[in-house]
Design a protein around this ligand. Structure first.
Ligand code: ITT
Length: 188
């Protein structure tokens, strides 16, 4: 079994990406390394991930992934986007619902960018899930903004979907499948 480091402090991300790797038939185990994702404030997830990869390479980590994700609300021109972690910590789902109070355009999307270092090379894989902000908090699965995000074509929130179903529709499911596809070609 090949061990691939994952620089994250978020256990839900590990669970979700692990499931995709397993589904793809890859014999890869994600090994979390905490406190190694050095985040900068930047306008795009790609910049944040690329910076984190450079720092990891400087530390001599050769096989590693890092992921940055965010919720982009169209009415607010993409806010909180790359600031999602901070905004979630400060105002949470209740705060977002309050900001959206009375706003008709509730369209939003989640985006995930996974960065990989393999043999010293950098690769980025991204995925987007379109949907809308719910009117209330619903569901106990997942994490973060999951209970207020309804994926396009569905009525349930991500918070009401189990990991396997969220993975079929989600931003991270999409970026992780691209990663799995790349790794499959790399190892075969
Ligand atoms: P890292 O250690 O990997 O950075 P994190 O939780 O800080 O973990 P991010 O910076 O990538 O993750 O994500 C920013 C926030 O966006 C995160 O704290 C959640 O509140 C929210 N978020 C990201 N992906 C999400 C998802 O799939 N479902 C719900 N909320 C999500």
């Amino acid at each position: 079994m090949f061990e691939l480091f994952f620089a994250t402090g978020n256990k839900h991300k590990i669970l979700e990406i692990n499931e995709i790797l397993k589904e793809s038939g890859l014999d890869i185990k994600l090994v979390p390394i905490r406190g190694n994702k050095i985040e900068i404030q930047a306008e795009t997830l790609e910049e944040i991930v690329s910076y984190a990869l450079k720092q990891l390479k400087k530390k001599g980590v050769n096989y590693v992934i890092v992921e940055d994700a965010g919720l982009f609300i169209n009415y607010f021109k993409g806010f909180p986007g790359p600031y999602s972690h901070y905004v979630y910590k400060k105002i949470g789902n209740k705060g977002i619902l309050k900001l959206m109070d009375g706003i008709k355009d509730r369209s939003a999307y989640f985006k995930s960018v996974i960065g990989l270092i393999i043999n010293g090379n950098f690769k980025l894989f991204s995925g987007v899930a379109k949907g809308k902000i719910a009117n209330e908090i619903r569901g106990r699965y997942g994490f973060g903004f999951d209970p207020i995000f309804i994926p396009e074509g569905y009525s349930k929130t991500f918070g009401e979907l189990q990991v396997s179903m969220k993975n079929r529709l989600s931003h991270r499911g999409k970026s992780a499948r691209k990663l799995a596809e790349y790794l499959r070609h790399f190892f075969v």
